[in-house]
Design a protein around this ligand. Structure first.
Ligand SMILES: N[C@@H](CCC(=O)N[C@@H](CS)C(=O)NCC(=O)O)C(=O)O
Length: 206
């Protein structure tokens, strides 16, 4: 989701061919280029394969220097990447356990509490300004909000009744964005017979 979103911000309409994958039935063509079998996978014309979502986001920014300047330009200290690393590391671990607590040793509440360190950090930032790093959107917002969305969806009543008010408002604003809704469009699973589908599918104003 975050890779699609960064591409939708960075690249003109129809820059890439999109192949929707059903995880229970991964196409051999995908496993041939990325044997680890996770999505997203970006296969470039020069045969380079990028199969980590954050790396695909960074690649998208390389294609659009104005956007790169807006989203990463002020990250000389590495603070944006550090916050994303915290999301992708300890928060993602706790989130995955919270989502599927019945497969693990402890209760959902136990894992939710493990995730809260990160929500506290995000809430403190968002009480000071509209976006995670300041007054403007950066890569941090786009890379992190899909995971906060997943967290909220495990128990929406808990999340929206929680003390994380600025985080709730930020998440609601991210979910209301036109570009997010455009990339959430459903595509049929790819098959070798189908006509190519191109992405981004439409122009969405900022
Ligand atoms: N660190 C990877 C994680 C990717 C990942 O785990 N993707 C999930 C879907 S969201 C997946 O492909 N799982 C493989 C499976 O369920 O078989 C990234 O961000 O690209």
């Amino acid at each position: 989701m975050r890779a699609r979103l960064a591409i939708a911000y960075a690249l003109p309409v129809a820059s890439l061919e999109l192949r929707e994958v059903v995880l229970k039935d991964k196409p051999q063509a995908m496993l041939d280029i990325s044997p680890k079998g996770t999505v997203p996978v970006l296969h470039l014309e020069n045969e380079r394969v990028i199969d980590e979502s954050l790396d695909i986001m960074l690649w998208a920014l390389e294609q659009n220097s104005a956007l790169k300047q807006r989203w990463l330009g002020k990250d000389s200290s590495g603070a944006i990447k550090a916050l994303i690393a915290s999301n992708d590391g300890d928060f993602k671990w706790a989130l995955d356990h919270y989502k599927y607590a019945d497969r693990f040793e402890h209760s959902a509440q136990f894992y939710r509490e493990k995730a809260e360190f990160f929500l506290v950090e995000l809430e403190a930032r968002l009480q000071k300004h509209a976006f995670l790093m300041g007054a403007d959107m950066t890569l941090a917002d786009v890379a992190i909000f899909p995971f906060v969305r997943q967290f909220a969806h495990v128990d929406k009543d808990w999340f929206f009744a929680s003390e994380f008010k600025a985080l709730q408002a930020w998440l609601s604003a991210r979910l209301a964005e036109g570009r997010f809704n455009a990339i959430m469009k459903k595509y049929p699973p790819w098959s070798a017979q189908q006509a190519p589908l191109y992405f981004p599918a439409e122009n969405v104003a900022d």
